[in-house]
Ligand binder design. Structure first.
Ligand SMILES: [Zn+2]
Length: 165
């Protein structure tokens, strides 16, 4: 799981204590590999009757294929989190949205190779046509009391924390 070679100069990494943890350190160029979570973003869209838009994850999604999630994705290196949320939602659902607020922030530990900090926004649809793409193969509206099998425990926690719209 741990990196074995320096990503900058390809020297085999040592293990040294840095900041109270044993971390991979490059003996050649001094690079220290701080293994940090990346950021994920998701947008919660609800109909007037309270149903939520969820997507069923396809084989391209990797984690949780066949199960459902709030449409989500990863923030690119140079991308603002809100821009990422709009982009990912459009890529996966075909819909453009306006973000209307922050819903939740949670730590995701479901992928042992890449932990993430998830940021869930509320959004309202401003245009487009519902069409699953990218990681998703199906889209559907679900009531909180009748959810399908969810891929991520944090999606469930966030949904359970939602009130009536
Ligand atoms: Zn190095």
């Amino acid at each position: 799981m741990e990196f074995r070679f320096c990503p900058h100069c390809a020297t085999p990494l040592d293990r040294q204590v840095r900041g109270d943890r044993l971390r991979p350190v490059c003996p050649n160029c001094g690079y220290v590999h701080y293994r940090n979570p990346t950021a994920g973003v998701a947008v919660i869209v609800r109909r007037d009757d309270g149903a939520l838009l969820l997507g069923r994850r396809g084989p391209k999604a990797g984690t949780g294929a066949g199960q459902w999630c709030i449409p989500c994705g990863h923030v690119e290196w140079d991308e603002d989190v809100r821009t990422a949320a709009l982009r990912e939602f459009a890529e996966e659902t075909g819909l453009s949205v306006r973000l209307t607020g922050l819903a939740a922030v949670e730590s995701n530990f479901h992928d042992p190779r890449q932990h993430t900090v998830g940021i869930w926004f509320h959004g309202t649809v401003t245009g487009g046509a519902l069409e699953p793409d990218d990681d998703l193969v199906e889209l559907g509206w679900f009531f909180i009391g009748a959810l399908p099998e969810l891929a991520f425990v944090t999606d469930r926690r966030v949904i359970e924390g939602l009130g009536t719209p």
